[in-house]
Design a protein around this ligand. Structure first.
Ligand code: UDX
Length: 458
């Protein structure tokens, strides 16, 4: 194991999806400002977009490796995931060897920080004789669920034949303050594609090895948010939320250009009035549901800022709004392809976040004291919804079932309830305080990050 390097040099590998790149790059920026040399590995697919997202000079270095896929294959469900697991580890190993077998001993890579979902990178670190750090961009509760897969199988809650299909539909809570999850919403079971489901279940089981053997497992979450998960998985070090605002900087690593005028538009709206709507970087609504959401927003008669990605409706090409909707709502709402979300959520005009409950969106909302209307679509988003609605009680859920089309009047009614619920708002503001405290000097996440940086320098 490398000790006493002239300068610590770490290699960081994200899963090449938006929600994974943003928090790991945020960590890279923090480490770089503490004198740690960081080399951030992208796949070719996202490399240019990540590098272009950085304004001016970056302290973080970037390299890109091929993912072995043809462009059209990247959109076939499961193909990217499969490529990341099978091809990326070999590429990263070659990169480390190339650097560490080179002439300049001062730039040798001493540590690999990798997305926890690519657990085989732990072995790459071990094989190349460097330190191994798993990074979890999601809730610690997700990792706890992964660690409990053997028990879920033993207890007959999921089967081993059809890749973890639920055998029992009773909601499960692994400990008090842990999310309450129906087995039909276990991460692997939300993808509705048996091959991918099997792949995810297998990978989560295999990753338990790296979780139990890595030198550090660091999580973009706060211990105060997840005390139950912290007890069940004591190997996790909480360092979150990793937000650009903590560095007084702009969020980096965005794959898309954000709308430049949203903040100015928000400035013109009354305080606590705007409904912000975003489904993250990947989730999509079917055309019928999309139209119901549009009509629900219109019916609220409240100002709204709605992120509709250009790829939000792949079945029909471009997004299709209800007849006359754009004309009728042009002074009520603003529709953008991508927003500077971290800034939007910190704007005083925002009253409610209608969200798919991706973990980054959840953290960003909670850190700004914005109550949420939860609309989870897949993966860990149901776990996050339960935290928001059942445990922290800073949001309401639209419904428990995926696959159901929510009517527009229900969407309007739930938005009104979130905006009008003073207790919800009060709890959201309290949680914001707790989060702020943890990330500031003297707080748990702050101290944990400091300890981690000290260790990297050793
Ligand atoms: C995915 C999963 O959904 C999430 O649960 C997992 O933990 C990480 O990967 P994604 O679906 O994209 O991510 O959602 P989310 O985790 O919320 O990340 C989206 C990121 O993009 C956030 O940091 C958000 O601020 C940013 N974003 C989104 C923008 O900056 N602008 C937008 O318009 C939309």
């Amino acid at each position: 194991m490398g000790k006493s390097h002239a300068q610590a040099h770490i290699m960081m590998v994200a899963f090449p999806m938006q929600g994974h790149v943003i928090p790991l790059l945020e960590l890279a920026q923090v480490l770089a400002t503490h004198g740690i040399r960081t080399t951030f590995v992208n796949t070719d697919m996202v490399h240019d977009r990540v590098v272009n997202s950085l304004a001016g000079e970056s302290l973080v270095g970037f390299v890109s490796v091929p993912d072995g896929l043809e462009p059209h294959e990247r959109y076939v469900p499961g193909k990217l995931t499969e490529a990341v697991y099978t091809i990326l580890p070999g590429k990263v190993q070659a990169l480390i060897r190339e650097i560490n077998d080179g002439e300049d001993r001062h730039i040798k890579v001493s540590c690999l920080v990798y997305d926890q979902s690519i657990g085989s990178l732990h072995q790459v670190a071990r094989d190349t004789g460097i330190r191994s750090v798993a990074f979890l961009p999601a809730a610690a509760a997700l990792l706890v669920l992964g660690l409990h897969i053997p028990q879920l199988l033993r207890d007959g809650i999921i089967d081993d034949q059809v890749a973890g299909n639920p055998l029992d539909s009773s909601p499960l809570q692994l400990a008090p303050t842990m999310p309450i999850v129906n087995p039909t919403h276990f991460v692997w079971h939300t993808v509705r594609n048996t091959t991918l489901q099997k792949l995810i279940l297998d990978v989560m089981r295999q990753n338990n090895h790296s979780i139990n053997s890595a030198d550090w497992v660091i999580c973009n979450s706060a211990r105060d948010l997840e005390p139950g998960a912290s007890t069940l998985a004591p190997q996790i070090t909480f360092v979150g939320p990793l937000l650009a605002s903590n560095r007084l900087a702009d969020s980096a690593g965005q794959f898309y250009q954000h709308d430049k005028d949203s903040l100015e538009w928000l400035d013109q709206q009354p305080p606590s009035s705007v409904i912000y709507v975003s489904f993250g970087s990947y989730a999509i609504l079917g055309p019928a549901q999309f139209q119901k959401l549009a009509l629900g927003l219109e019916l609220t008669n409240r100002p709204f800022l709605w992120v509709v990605r250009p790829d939000a409706m792949p079945e029909v090409g471009k997004p299709e709004f209800p007849n006359g909707f754009l004309e009728r709502t042009k002074s009520q709402g603003r529709i953008v392809g991508w927003a500077n979300q971290q800034k939007v959520l910190s704007h005083p005009s925002v009253a409610c976040f209608v969200s798919h409950c991706g973990w980054n969106s959840t953290l960003e909302s909670v850190s700004n004291g914005v109550p949420m209307l939860c609309w989870p679509c897949y993966a860990d988003q149901f776990i996050n919804q339960s935290y928001i609605c059942d445990i922290w009680r800073v949001g309401l859920q639209l419904g428990r079932d995926n696959g159901v089309i929510f009517p527009f009047d229900e969407i309007k009614e739930k938005i009104d309830r979130v905006v009008g619920d003073e207790e919800l708002k009060g709890r959201a503001l309290q949680l914001k305080e707790v989060m702020g405290h943890g990330a500031r000097e003297g707080g748990t996440s702050y101290q944990n990050l400091k300890n981690f940086i000290t260790w990297l320098h050793e």
